[in-house]
Design a protein around this ligand. Structure first.
Ligand SMILES: C[S@@+](CC[C@H](N)C(=O)[O-])C[C@H]1O[C@@H](n2cnc3c(N)ncnc32)[C@H](O)[C@@H]1O
Length: 405
């Protein structure tokens, strides 16, 4: 059944009526980022929070400031390893409400030292509604000219202009994804049609050469009926990010896996999910523009594209190990055990929850073999990200079944 924001449903229906079925990736892009009516793009009504405990989903920065504090500690160590550049630029992309940037800046400016005096912060945010929330939450730093600035997209940053750290939390999982399915031995693409007032799924040949190329590169074997997602925008993003870095680190936090895990037999239905009022469902045609949509991240492919563009893998770990390496135990020692604040911080560390589902990929450019505290607890599955792993998995499938373009 199709429900959702009426003008958004009408806009998508009208596009399908004039062009024919659209790839799911286009449907998801419109549902989340239609310039006027998209989920992230509309200003929230006062009682219609999107991200947060009262919203559709919460992220680490809604839980407790320790992740922001840990990022600040990590940035400080990066600054040392880089020889104290001026300015040290911290870029956050897809900052949502801006809480993580707020917590990070707050921790940096508790010390009035050389690092604090050289830090500049740039936020890259596609949504005007989110930019407004970020302005509100970062208000304490907006009086100092040039300390915090905004751009709409990576195009707003010149090539090789960033010396410092570019980080994101739950950005990549919010990029629109292609959805594919193996049917009668062929890999086809899930598309969206509009019939009798309803959005319906249909399968079409793969829509772009880039998708065919990426699947050939992944070189995986999927059984009949296997359904999964491919995030091509993430690969393009990685390439663009690498070009913007002059020297420094890219730190990506998100839920995700190595390609081998993400595309393994136990995920035969993929990882696509919708979030509404803290509950998940798998129906993208419900509440179109009124619920979030996400898919888990393929960190191996991000690492491979990064390597090709001169960004080397510093390490790959999970949120729990990252926080432990950056002294979260000492931070927590200051909290009253059993207090709500203590329990909130523990929530981010849970080995069977956010502590392990969230992964941290760190890449570097222009620095020789950096050893970071956040990666101190050896990334036990770091090896799995080696660039050649994406292409070297044993092929069990005839590439002809992927099709050509
Ligand atoms: C799932 S939210 C995560 C928010 C925040 N990082 C947090 O942890 O709470 C995704 C954010 O990324 C932004 N976003 C998505 N695509 C983007 C793009 N191409 N450029 C900049 N921001 C983008 C969305 O508008 C939203 O603010």
């Amino acid at each position: 059944m199709t429900t959702g924001h009426p003008e958004l449903v009408a806009a998508i229906a009208s596009e399908i009526t004039s062009s024919g079925p659209i790839p799911f990736v286009r449907f998801m892009d419109l549902a989340l980022y239609h310039p006027q009516f998209g989920y992230y793009m509309r200003p929230s009504e006062p009682r219609e929070e999107r991200i947060g405990w009262g919203g559709d989903f919460y992220t680490s920065s809604d839980v407790h400031p320790i992740l922001g504090r840990a990022l600040a500690a990590q940035a400080r160590q990066m600054d040392e390893l880089m020889g104290h550049p001026a300015p040290f630029t911290i870029v956050e992309m897809g900052a949502g409400k801006g809480l993580l940037a707020r917590d990070c800046l707050e921790a940096i400016f508790t010390q009035q030292d050389s690092f604090a005096s050289r830090v500049r912060c740039i936020l890259i945010e596609r949504s005007p509604a989110m930019r407004e929330l970020q302005r509100q939450n970062l208000a304490p730093w907006l009086n100092e000219p040039g300390l915090v600035t905004w751009v709409d997209g990576l195009d707003g940053l010149a090539q090789q202009s960033v010396t410092g750290l570019l980080f994101s939390n739950e950005l990549i999982d919010a990029f629109p994804v292609h959805r594919i399915q193996v049917t009668a031995g062929r890999t086809e693409e899930l598309c969206v049609d509009y019939r009798d007032g309803q959005f319906v799924e249909c399968l079409e040949p793969l829509s772009t050469a880039a998708l065919v190329h990426h699947l050939q590169r992944l070189n995986l074997n999927w059984p009949e009926g296997y359904r999964t997602e491919v995030n091509l925008q993430a690969l393009d993003w990685m390439e663009q990010v690498a070009r913007r870095m002059d020297r420094g680190f890219v730190l990506t936090i998100d839920y995700g896996h190595t390609a081998q895990d993400l595309y393994g037999p136990e995920r035969k239905d993929g990882t696509f999910l919708c979030y509404f009022q803290q509950l998940t469902n798998e129906d993208p045609f419900l509440r179109v523009g009124e619920q979030d949509m996400t898919a888990h991240v393929d960190f191996s492919s991000l690492a491979t594209v990064g390597e090709e563009q001169g960004l080397h893998v510093t390490g790959f770990t999970n949120q729990m190990s990252f926080l432990m390496g950056l002294g979260v135990e000492e931070m927590m020692a200051e909290l009253e055990p059993e207090s709500p604040e203590f329990r909130a911080a523990m929530h981010l560390l849970k080995p069977d929850g956010m502590g392990s589902t969230f992964k941290v990929l760190v890449q570097h450019k222009g620095i020789r073999r950096p050893e970071l505290n956040g990666l101190k607890f050896k990334p036990f599955f770091g090896e799995a990200l080696a660039a050649n792993k994406v292409t070297s998995q044993r092929s069990l499938v005839n590439p002809a079944t992927i099709g050509s373009f």
